[in-house]
Design a protein around this ligand. Sequence first.
Ligand SMILES: Cc1cn([C@H]2C[C@H](O)[C@@H](COP(=O)(O)OP(=O)(O)O[C@H]3O[C@@H](C)[C@H](O)[C@@H](O)[C@H]3O)O2)c(=O)[nH]c1=O
Length: 373
Amino acid sequence: MSNQVIAITGPSGFVAKGLQTRLRTHEGVEVRLIPRSAWDDVHRLAAKLAGCDAVLHIAGVNRGTEDEVRTGNTVMAEKLVRACEANGQTPHVVFSSTTQRDNGSPYGRAKLAAEQTLAEWSHRTGAPLSIAVLPNVYGAGCRPNYNSVVATFCAKLAAGESPQIIEDREVEFIWVGDVAERLCGLLADPPAETRVTRLEGCATLKVSELLAKLEDFRASFFERHIVPDLTSHLDATLYSTFLSYVDLDDHRHTPEVKADNRGELYEIIKLATGGQVFFSTTKPGVIRGNHYHTRKVEWFCVLKGEAVIRLRPIHGGAVKDFRVCGDRPQFISIPVLHTHHIENVGSEELLTMFWCNEVFDQADPDTFYDAVA
Ligand SMILES: Cc1cn([C@H]2C[C@H](O)[C@@H](COP(=O)(O)OP(=O)(O)O[C@H]3O[C@@H](C)[C@H](O)[C@@H](O)[C@H]3O)O2)c(=O)[nH]c1=O
C-alpha cells in the first residue's frame, strides 16, 4: 500500500477513526479525509477524491427516517460513483456494508442498494470493489444511544445508570480494531471482480449475556477493584471498551494503606486470573516476613534501598541469602514450603515490589509463621 493515496469517507465515525489509527502505521500512505460537507456537491466531492488510489467508504447513516437512511447510504454511493466518473478515475473502493443487508429493514435495503450501485459501476468501469459485510461493531469512541448496544450499555454503566434490555436477541459482535485490520487487508488486495467478504465477529452473545459481562466489569472496576479475567479476545476488547467510557476522574484509585511499626504496605493491582501486585516500605534494620506458604508463590523485587532476602526449606536445609539492591533490580521468586524474610540492611527506607499468584484473602491467607533464623 505504500505510496498510495487513500480517501476515507465518514472520517469522524469510530470505525473510520480505527482505520486512521491503523493506517498511521503504514509508511508512505497518504490518508485523505472526506468530510461530510464535501457530499453537498458532486464537483466538490470529485475534487477531494482526485488522485486517490483507493476509497474506504465508511460514511453512512444507520438510524433515522427511511429517507435519511436512504440518502445517507444509497444516495451517497450514487454520489461517490458520479464523482469518480467526473474525475475519470477507477479507485479501489472498499465499502462497509452490514449483516442487516438482507433483513428487509430500511437500513438493510439502503445498504444493499448502495452495494448494487457500486457493483454496477465497478462492472461497467473495471474499478475494483470490495464489499465488507460487518456485524455489530464495538470499541472505544463509539457513540452511545445511537446504533451500538455495547456503547449504550458501557456509557450507562460507567455513569452509574441501569441499561435496559429492549430485545434479548443474539447479536454477533466484532471489535473495531479487527474491522480496521480486515478492511486494511482488503484494501491491500484489490479484487479483479466485485468481492463480497463477510467479516466474522469474535463472539455471538445474547443482549442479556452482554449486559451481565459489562455489569461484572463495572463491579470489578468500581467495587472490587480487580481486573477481571481477560483471557479471551472478546473480554479483553470489551473491557478496554468499557474503561474508555469511564469518566477520567474515576480512573484514580487509592489503595488502602496497611501500616505498622515496620513500614507500610499497599495492594495496587489485583487480577482475577493473575494474583496481585503490591509494594511495601520497610524501615532500616527491620525484617518483614518470617513465614512460608504451602500453595502461593511470590516474587520480590527491591526497587530502592538495600536488602537481604533469606529462604530456608521448612523440612530441613540451609539458609540461602540473596543480597539485592534497588540500583540493579532483580526478582527473587520464593518457592512454597520455604520460610522467608526480607531485611532492610541499608540506612534508608526500603521499597519492595511483590507479585503473588493469589489475591490476598484474610480468611485463607496460606501464611504460616516460622522464623528463618
Ligand atoms: C441500545 C440497546 C439495544 N438493545 C438491543 C436491541 C438489539 O436487539 C440489540 C443490538 O442493538 P444495537 O447494537 O443498537 O444495533 P443492531 O444490532 O440492531 O444494529 C447494529 O448492527 C450492525 C450489524 C449494523 O450495521 C449497525 O449499524 C448497528 O446498527 O440490542 C437493548 O436491549 N437495549 C439497548 O439499550
